[in-house]
Design a protein around this ligand. Structure first.
Ligand SMILES: Nc1ncnc2c1ncn2[C@@H]1O[C@H](COP(=O)(O)OP(=O)(O)OP(=O)(O)O)[C@@H](O)[C@H]1O
Length: 213
């Protein structure tokens, strides 16, 4: 399977507990593409994003992320960043410490002060994450996503918990992902918003992915 694809799944089956999330799915997502995953509560969008970040194993079939076997967590994690719906930051570290730690883990350099200003958190830089509101934590996660700038960026419900200005900020920051030639896959319940930053939508239902035209 070719490396100019960010994601390739072949006859992919994924079972989680009693749920079958994928039933023999084939999927190609080209590098640089922007894709929205749609689907009802419990359809399996989060689970699919976790699979693509190598946090879950395929039950059957084959998966490749930038040419690497999706089960090869060490390689895949170099290419992929997953921004979760909630969490993802260390609650006892400050906002600034969280961003610095994320950069260190990826052996990257970046201007964390500028990143915090960009998301309106300059006044909360020294505050522990456990004392931030849900929307502030989301903004911190957006700052981290932008600093890490991984080739494949997975975002679970980017608009949840954000106010109107925060949603506009999220749209702007997500559009930069594909604008910089990176691949964006987001799971969302707001198809109109998501369509502003992705050019393709897939609906996950009963273990099957369907293209939305
Ligand atoms: N760790 C787990 N063990 C067993 N089943 C799980 C686990 N996590 C999720 N599930 C189940 O897998 C299914 C898919 O859950 P998932 O969170 O992926 O859905 P989703 O499409 O992201 O939903 P939502 O829109 O509500 O966020 C659900 O039936 C859920 O109960």
């Amino acid at each position: 399977m070719a490396e100019h694809y960010a994601v390739q799944l072949r006859r992919a089956w994924l079972r989680l507990g009693r749920e079958i999330i994928l039933r023999g799915v084939d999927l190609d997502i080209a590098a640089g593409e922007g894709v929205t995953l749609l689907g009802e509560n419990g359809a399996g969008k989060t689970t699919l994003l976790r699979l693509l970040s190598s946090s879950l194993r395929l039950t059957r079939g084959e998966g490749r992320i930038h040419g690497f076997d999706v089960q090869d967590g060490r390689s895949v994690r170099e290419y992929v960043h997953l921004m979760p719906v909630e969490g993802g930051a260390y609650p006892d570290l400050t906002a600034a410490e969280n961003l610095n730690f994320a950069l260190q883990m990826h052996r990257l350099k970046g201007d964390t002060g500028a990143a915090l200003r960009r998301v309106g958190l300059e006044g909360a830089a020294e505050r522990r994450v456990r004392f931030l509101s849900a929307g502030m934590r989301k903004r911190l996660n957006l700052a981290r996503l932008s600093l890490l700038a991984r080739p494949l960026t997975l975002v679970d419900e980017p608009f949840a918990n954000l106010d109107a200005a925060g949603r506009q900020l999220a749209l702007q920051m997500l559009s930069e992902v594909t604008g910089q030639g990176r691949t964006l896959i987001l799971a969302a319940h707001e198809p109109e918003l998501a369509a502003q930053v992705t050019n393709r939508a897939l609906h996950l239902r009963a273990g099957t992915l369907t293209e939305q035209r």
